[in-house]
Each structure stands twice: as C-alpha cells, then as structure tokens.
Design a protein around this ligand. Structure first.
Ligand code: NAD
Length: 478
C-alpha cells in the first residue's frame, strides 16, 4: 500500500516521550505512514517566534498537511500566540472532534456506558471576535453562521458517523430564539441528514441537550453543534466521562487536519518515562481513520483496549486490585505492541470503515435577494428616554417607500403602542420599510434625514428578503 505522508511535531514536556511511544506503536502495526518532522513550541517561542511556528514548519504545513502533534508548553506572559489557535485559523480547521468514552472498570467513570463524540464548528459563530461598545450602556458581538460553514461541519459529522460505524447524529442549537442564525444551522442539518438515511438523526434545543450531556451522556452518540455551544459542551462531556487523560482530539479542515491528545505537556512529568501515551495514541488512531487506514486504526485501538483490560497501566490510571502491572511510557507502548492483532475480551472491540472522511459541499443554491428596508440603531437618551418623543422625531424621516415601522429597545417594541414600564437603555433600533423592494439610494437618503434630525446613528443593518422570505427577525411585540 502506498505510504501516506504525515507531519510530526514532538512538542514539549512529556511530548517527545509520548510521541515516540505512539510512533513506535503505529509502526509496529504496519500503518503505511512516512513522516517528516517540524519543530514548533517552547524553544521557538523563547527564541522570539511569537507564534511558536517557524517559517520552515509553515513550508511543510502547506496543502493537504496531516499533522500529528504532541502537546506544547505555551509560555506565560504577553505576546505569545497559542499554536492551536494559529494552526486552526491558518489551516482552516473547521471541525473540532472530541470523543468521550468510559473504560469502566479499568478507569472509573460516573457513566460506565458513555461513548459520545462532540463535533464542534471551529471557525464561526461568536468567535469571529467582532465586538463593539456602541453606547455608554450597550455592547454587542456578532454571531456569524454561514451556510457553507454549517454544511461543512454537519457533513463532517455524518461522514464521521459513517467511518466510525456510529448510529446517530444529534444536532444542538437554540433556534427557538435565534431563528435566523441557529435556524440556518438547523435547516442545513435537515437538508444533509436526508442524504444519510442509514444514520439516525435528531435535533435538540441546546439547553435540554446540555442537561442531557451532563446527566445522561450515555444516551448520546455523535453530537454536532456550533462553536460556542460546542466549546462549553465538549468540556462538560470530557469531565463527565472521567477519562480526560486517555482522550484524543482532532481538528479537521477541507485540506489539512491535526490530531493530538486533549491533555497538555505536563512539564513536571517530563523526561521521567511515567506519562501515559494513550491520549496521543487515540489522536493517532483518529488520524488513521481520517486517512482511510481503517485496518491499522482498528488493530492499534483494539490492542490498546486489550492492554487496558489486561491491567497493564501507567501510574495515572494504576489502581491496586484492578491493575496487574505498573509500567512507564515505554513499557506501555511495548505492552500495546505485544497485543497488536488481539481483540479485547471485556471491552467492546472497535470497527472502523475504510471510507476515510471527505467533505464535498453542495453547490450554492440560486437565491433572489431584495433590499426592502433598514434597521437604524441610535444612541439616544434625551427627553427622559420617552419612546414617543423619539418615534415622532423619526416618523418624518421615512419617505420614499421607507416608512417607520417601529422602534425597539433591547429587542422589545416600544413605539408605536409600546409596552409601558419596561427598562429603556440608551440603545434604540428604528425599523424602516419592509413593504417591498427599495433602492440603496433610498436607504442612504433616509440615513441622511435621520442624521439631519440630530440623531446619532451608531450602526445600520439592511433588511433583505431571500426568495421573498424575510432575512431579519421580528421583535417582541411586533
Ligand atoms: P496538563 O494536561 O499538562 O496537566 C494536567 C494534569 O494532568 C497534571 O497533573 C499532569 O501531570 C496530568 N497529565 C497530563 N497529561 C498526562 C499524561 N499523558 N499522563 C499522565 N498524567 C498526565 O495541563 P496543564 O498543567 O494545565 O498545562 C501544562 C502545559 O500544557 C501548559 O503550558 C499549557 O499551556 C499546555 N497545554 C497544551 C495543550 C496542547 O498543546 N494542546 C493543551 C493543554 C495545555
């Protein structure tokens, strides 16, 4: 079989030891890999490379790079950039994949049957970091959810389920509140799931879903969600599973991918041959499945399960009575190698499909887009913040097919016929138009009139329809 090229970063702290153990096991399993090494991390940071990644490493990381990365020590203090964040952004790694699995009784867990995978969108949502303070009282951040971004992660989740022989994909959003952003993610989920009829699928509102992750994680299989929810839920899942030290994770893009352990570089254990290489080895197994090398992945994973249940344990999971032999990093690797070709007897053996994971997006649908109005945001705190005063000042501005429809404050309609007695901030939104197509010039003319009325515009947001459907939310009370 033709060898697949990967890039290896041995990392810092315990990194070099657990990487050597992992590479030894992969090689003994005859995984058809050849690798080149890059040096990234602490030494580079200390020599003044703020990203921790030197130019030579970037040369190798171009294109379809598949990186197996040991943990890195991020120096304390300002100026240094996290290697993970830099790689994620530079390589377009849109999917973060974190399995949480219990290995009871060999590793204690509150949930002996937990076996879930959290697949988190990694590039969009509130993490674009587009934030503003607009008035003395009000700040905002933009939540960006795109169709291609949603389709990429959702397809990845279904392809993952296929490659790993998983039964169900659950999507979690808050689309009962965020009907447009989370609504798009949910709608794309419904489109994509139809192409995978052999895999069960459902949708949960994320608050109920979070309760499920915390209280009944053993009922979940693959979970796919947006960036912020995934960030929170993957930590909850890791905590409830109780096997953080044994978990690997993947960051995957359309071209490049990076595989690693969940834990850090544990500097105090470095050089002592005591660290558990299992987390990185799990990352390595995920890499093999990603590359379509299912046979080698199965062989390694099953030998590892057999080692666990034979009680050959490193210090971190060694327990009197359950463990039979305490080994170091090298000894553990040797124990796994000795069991290559064997299946676990108590734990369930794994079976992967050789499809690999490929994401192909469907062509963008042709959609008619019409400008129909504008929301004008204002900083206003005159006249005891009386909405009627503001409304009456705004009414005359709405000529040329852009009549004032309403004014709202923090999403609640306050003019005309607003609800009395609610708290009013200094941040107002006036909605104009919405009755049919208008020109961009009409919108600019309106803004000039609002400005001439002595009102401070802090931001505007055009209102569009897409194939006749409003691409903007209604307000409470509207
Ligand atoms: P850590 O994961 O390194 O250590 C937390 C605890 O887990 C420690 O008690 C450690 O001894 C233990 N531990 C971790 N890995 C182990 C293993 N393989 N075998 C046995 N025990 C293990 O987290 P930390 O101490 O918060 O961070 C140390 C360094 O790692 C920091 O510089 C941090 O920035 C970095 N870090 C890197 C990554 C990464 O590269 N992806 C992730 C997390 C932390």
């Amino acid at each position: 079989m033709e060898k697949r090229r990967i890039i290896v970063a041995r990392g810092d702290g315990i990194g070099p030891e657990i990487m050597q153990a992992t590479l030894d096991i992969l090689q003994a399993a005859n995984a058809p890999l050849e690798y080149e090494e890059i040096e990234i991390g602490e030494r580079l940071y200390q020599s003044g490379v703020l990203t921790g990644i030197p130019a030579e490493a970037w040369n190798l990381l171009q294109g379809n790079a598949v990186l197996l990365k040991a943990p890195i020590t991020t120096p304390q203090g300002g100026g240094y950039k996290s290697i993970n964040v830099t790689l994620r952004k530079a390589l377009g790694l849109f999917a973060n994949v974190r399995p949480s699995k219990a290995y009871v009784p060999y590793v204690p867990s509150h949930y002996p049957n937990i076996d879930m995978v959290m697949i988190r969108e990694n590039e969009e949502d509130l993490y674009a970091g587009i934030e503003h303070q607009q008035t003395r009282e009000v700040t905002q951040t933009l939540k960006l959810i795109s169709r291609p971004g949603s389709e990429s992660i959702i397809r990845y989740a279904f392809e993952y389920a296929r490659a790993y022989g998983r039964k169900k994909v659950t999507c979690m959003t808050k689309d009962n509140i965020m009907k447009i952003t989370d609504g798009l993610f949910h709608a794309v989920f419904d489109e994509v799931r139809a192409e995978y009829p052999e895999i069960e699928s459902d949708h949960m509102i994320v608050d109920i879903g979070a309760a499920r992750v915390a209280a009944r994680p053993d009922t979940l299989d693959v979970v796919v969600t947006t960036n912020l929810y995934g960030d929170i839920l993957s930590d909850v899942a890791a905590q409830v599973a109780g096997s953080v030290g044994l978990a690997g994770s993947a960051n995957v893009g359309h071209k490049a991918a990076m595989f690693e352990a969940i834990h850090g570089s544990a500097p105090r254990m470095a050089g002592k041959d005591i660290a558990n290489p299992s987390g990185l080895l799990q990352g390595g197994v995920m890499m093999l499945v990603h590359l379509g090398l299912a046979e080698a992945a199965e062989k390694v994973h099953n030998a590892w399960l057999r080692t666990l249940e034979d009680g050959v344990h490193t210090h971190d999971i060694y327990r009197e009575g359950l463990s039979t032999k305490e080994v170091g990093t090298r000894g553990f690797a040797e124990a796994v190698i000795a069991r290559l070709g064997q299946l676990p007897q108590q734990l369930k053996p794994v079976h992967f499909n050789a499809s690999g994971i490929q994401i192909k997006l469907s062509p963008a649908p042709a959609v008619r887009k019409d400008l129909v109005g504008v929301d004008v945001f204002l900083d206003w705190s005159e006249a005891a913040r009386d909405p009627n005063v503001l409304g009456q000042r705004l009414e005359p501005c709405g000529e040329g097919g852009l009549p004032l429809k309403m004014v709202s404050n923090r999403g609640i309609k306050v003019y005309p016929h607003g609800q009395p007695g609610i708290f009013l901030s200094d941040h107002w939104r006036a909605r104009f138009g919405g009755d049919g197509a208008v020109s961009r010039e009409a919108v600019l003319g309106l803004l000039e009139r609002v400005n001439a009325a002595g009102l401070e515009i802090i931001k505007t947001e055009n209102l569009y329809t897409f194939d006749g459907k409003a691409g903007y939310s209604a307000d409470l009370g509207e």
